[in-house]
Write a protein that binds this ligand. Structure first.
Ligand SMILES: Cc1ncc(COP(=O)(O)O)c(C=O)c1O
Length: 392
């Protein structure tokens, strides 16, 4: 198993910062805002009132009710609280979903570039990840390529929109075609929409179950408070599962962790009930930063990128620089690119290889405007200092 490359970059950047270097990190996958006041108030109250015991293993009934009513008002979907499992972040819920669905040798489709943990988690159950590349199709999966990747061993697929690391937001027609494939080939879908509140410009997040209700019985939706509410450290996510499957996912969690932290669950209830205005404010700020970062990136040599429509990442193609060098440093891989950038300009970014996309680099824009401007200036200087293979 490969360690998480995003966490590795953050650790190296922190170590350099500890040595007093002026590091700017675009490596993190989390908002830089404080958690909303509504969440803090609920958490403080929960502590004072002694809500410090085990809760129901699947999560507080009040929180599961709030998630159900969120899905009802946002997506028009009717889930009962007993179809909802609250866990310690979206990540373990994806693991628990896979645990209840994947048998050894089962094939699971993953659309690359993809978030680091999908493939590693599938392999933990001796499943086989089957990768469908989207870099040639604007980072949107091509239904015909998906159809070609399906075999008699295929049991399901992991979908992530808005996407980490590309920022792509899957359009309605693609989602409808994917849903039709899932029905035709009897596949389940894990629909990871953890970034659903972070979509910009004229783009719109579409929920696959509200588009095609027939897939409700074969879809596990994954969401949580981490990204939309700037609550990554509280570790609360939720899964919404079909009636037949929810008890199985819940059983895995029951044996693995029991309930997620009781105080964090109360904080998440506060977020869902009282923090809508904060979500909107943070989204607007991300949108502004996206425009600043992409505007500056467009002027830089040697790189290109798909226009990010959601989440808070820009996924830049650095293939033109591979085979070249920066000063004494050879740049043969995206990892070399990131290392040279960190060591010369103290700018941290994540190699695309960590997302099954060698030749790319992920830059997050969950940073202040000042940091984004300074970091982009350094990146531009770095790129101007790259000697391409063709120059050598
Ligand atoms: C696509 C995707 N899914 C799930 C997660 C996990 O979220 P959480 O922090 O709630 O576990 C992340 C976090 O980076 C992510 O990028």
């Amino acid at each position: 198993m490969e360690p998480s490359a995003t966490l590795a970059v953050v650790a190296k950047a922190k170590a350099l910062k500890g040595q007093g270097k002026p590091v700017i990190s675009f490596g993190a996958g989390e908002p830089d805002f404080d958690s909303p006041p509504g969440a803090l108030r609920y958490a403080e109250k929960a502590i004072r009132e002694g809500q410090t015991h085990y809760t129901q293993s699947n999560g507080l009934p009040e929180l599961r009710e709030a998630v159900a009513s969120y899905y009802s008002s946002r997506f028009g979907l009717d889930y009962s609280p007993n179809q909802i499992i609250v866990g310690a972040g979206a990540k373990p819920l994806i693991y628990e979903a896979l645990a209840s669905l994947v048998d050894p040798g089962d094939e699971v489709l993953v659309f690359s570039p993809a978030w680091v943990s999908y493939v590693e988690q599938i392999r933990l159950f001796d499943g086989k990840d089957v990768i469908v590349d989207t870099t040639g199709t604007d980072c949107i999966p091509d239904p015909e390529m998906i159809a070609r990747a399906i075999t008699p061993r295929t049991v399901g697929m992991l979908l992530n929109t808005p996407n980490n690391p590309t920022g792509a937001v899957y359009n309605e027609s693609t989602l409808r075609k994917i849903a039709a494939l899932a029905i035709k080939h009897d596949l389940w879908i894990i629909f990871d929409e953890i970034y659903e509140r972070l979509v910009y410009g004229e783009h719109e997040h579409r929920n696959i179950v509200s588009l095609v209700p027939e897939v409700m019985d074969r879809t596990i939706q994954i969401n949580g408070v981490s990204k939309a509410y700037a609550m990554t450290g509280w570790r609360i996510g939720y899964a919404l599962a079909p009636k037949w499957l929810a008890p199985k996912v819940g059983a895995v969690q029951g044996h693995l962790t029991s309930n997620a932290c009781s105080i964090a669950q109360w904080a998440s209830l506060g977020a869902l009930k009282e923090s809508e205005a904060d979500v909107v404010r943070m989204r607007q700020e991300f949108s502004r930063r996206r425009d600043i970062m992409t505007g500056l990136l467009r002027k830089m040599p040697h790189i290109s990128f798909p226009e990010p429509q959601g989440a808070f990442y820009v996924f830049i193609n650095v293939r033109n620089t591979l085979g070249g060098s920066h000063g004494e440093r050879a740049i043969n891989t995206d990892g070399d690119f990131c290392e040279a950038l960190l060591e010369t300009e103290y700018v941290a970014a994540v190699p695309g290889s960590a997302f099954l996309a060698p030749g790319y680099v992920r830059l997050g824009y969950a940073n202040s405007e000042e940091e984004i401007r300074e970091g982009m200036e350094r990146l531009q200087r770095f790129l101007e200092g790259v000697s391409l293979r063709s120059d050598m």
